[in-house]
Design a protein around this ligand. Sequence first.
Ligand SMILES: Nc1ncnc2c1ncn2[C@@H]1O[C@H](COP(=O)(O)OP(=O)(O)OP(=O)(O)O)[C@@H](O)[C@H]1O
Length: 311
Amino acid sequence: MTNVIEADGLHRTYSGGFEAVRGISFTVPRGEIFALLGTNGAGKTSTVELLEGLARPTGGTVRVLGHDPYAERAAVRPRIGMMLQEGGFPSDLTVAETVRMWAGCTTDARPVGEALDMVGLADRAKVRIKQLSGGERRRLDLALALLGRPEVLFLDEPTTGLDAEGRRDTWDLVRQLREGGATVLLTTHYLEEAESLADRLAIMHRGRIVTAGTPAEVTAARPARIRFTLPEGTGPAQLPLGLRAAADGRRVEIRTHELQDTLGELLGWAAASGVRLEGLDARSASLEEAFLEIASRAEAPLNTTDLEEVR
Ligand SMILES: Nc1ncnc2c1ncn2[C@@H]1O[C@H](COP(=O)(O)OP(=O)(O)OP(=O)(O)O)[C@@H](O)[C@H]1O
């Protein structure tokens, strides 16, 4: 499979000397949706700007569609679409005028109506930019990124400010674009978004990729969780030996890598003992747990054995 995006040992140091990106490597094959997650200030936007060719890396190499996006901008720019964190538009223009203006600078642009339809803004075409809601502006940013039928789309926090329905519409659209052969790299703070949308993801922390893989791979190493409350008169000491986990009074939380076996044992014991487990809740580890664990290392020194290269 062809790699459309290749980052190898990327570094980015800002002029004040702060190193925001500290040697990251990953590849994104054609037709994949790849999500970059991370704590605030982890270096996601700094990385995406290198991929978009908006800045030159201090070290390492970037290839997008086989070219250096900074040095060979003319070869790369017409084939990519970018949605920055904040698009700036003249606020007196209408939505349609803005898209038309942008289309004027784009080779083989989609018709204005088609672009607006795709992002659900067709009925807002005559509204001035200054009258749009935050979510509608975000949709307009996306329409502009899509305008040139890009092979590669960079979406920096594409659904920030969108309501739940808008977010799902955007996910559907991004999936449709992938179906059409586009490769998508997005950053997001919504773990649900990465879990539902991304084929693969990387979690960044303090300029490095700490963990990466498919959403299932990233969560697989974390234990599942079972929670319940014991009825009055039953204490955790009565639980089978292997299940006497963290108990806070009658509330019990068990963490396990063998969810089915542990749950089977618990339910078998409850049935045999005639115990009703109130509020029983059993769930596999989520991306949120993986993320929170990484975020909680904020003050701890980085454990280099955790670092993985994504190939
Ligand atoms: N122009 C700049 N000069 C100096 N430092 C910068 C500059 N831009 C960003 N930084 C710093 O680089 C680090 C990474 O910033 P970046 O915006 O890439 O993070 P991010 O992961 O996108 O964060 P967020 O999730 O908050 O958007 C931050 O500590 C930020 O303060």
